[in-house]
Design a protein around this ligand. Structure first.
Ligand SMILES: [Ca+2]
Length: 187
């Protein structure tokens, strides 16, 4: 009990250091934050402990102020219903959001966040969803929204297009230096 039970075992720490972009001290800090959110605190099996996404979002000021906070948790969740995270899901998210993660890795996960209907392409419904989340539902008329979406798609591909694929998305991100800042949390 006490502080010893909340420390990650050394073998797990070594394993996570190899699998993530995080230093051991940061991994331990992530573990402490995860355990603080977990009311049950089942010590027997770290992998079985799950925390609802909405609690994780609330506990992270960086996520609660991010309009994509809930979707971030969803894409990193290994649960069937995508509504909870275990520690490894949570650590993967922390790793990708860390300043050490390469921008291409951040871009690949951001693609999954924006690909709301999970069909491997960013199309009009996904962009509409992004715009509505960023600007609210009352900002644009349906016609304006449709024009805006088509404009975004055409700008991205540099030609008439109805979808953005993962590679084009990486190219867009590489031209947007602010993107990495918006997809980074310091722990
Ligand atoms: Ca899609």
């Amino acid at each position: 009990m006490g502080t010893t039970t909340s420390r990650l075992p050394q073998d797990k720490l070594d394993q996570y250091s190899k699998l993530t972009f995080l230093r051991p001290a940061v991994i331990q800090r992530c573990f402490d934050r995860f355990r603080d959110m977990n009311e049950d605190r089942i010590d027997a099996n770290i992998d079985e402990e799950r925390v609802p996404n909405d609690i994780i979002v609330q506990e992270f000021p960086e996520l609660v102020s991010n309009p994509f906070g809930p979707q971030l948790c969803r894409v990193f969740s290994s649960a069937n219903d995508k509504a909870t995270m275990n520690f490894e899901d949570f650590l993967d998210m922390c790793s990708v959001l860390s300043p050490n993660a390469p921008i291409q890795t951040k871009a690949d996960w951001a693609f999954r966040v924006f690909d709301d209907n999970d069909d491997g392409l960013i199309t009009a419904p996904d962009i509409e969803n992004v715009v509505l989340q960023l600007c609210g539902t009352n900002t644009f008329s349906a016609e304006d929204l449709e024009q805006l979406v088509q404009h975004v798609l055409n700008e991205a591909e540099g030609r008439e297009s109805d979808a953005i694929g993962p590679q084009e998305f990486r190219n867009i991100i590489s031209r947007a230096p602010d993107f990495a800042l918006n997809f980074t949390i310091r722990f």
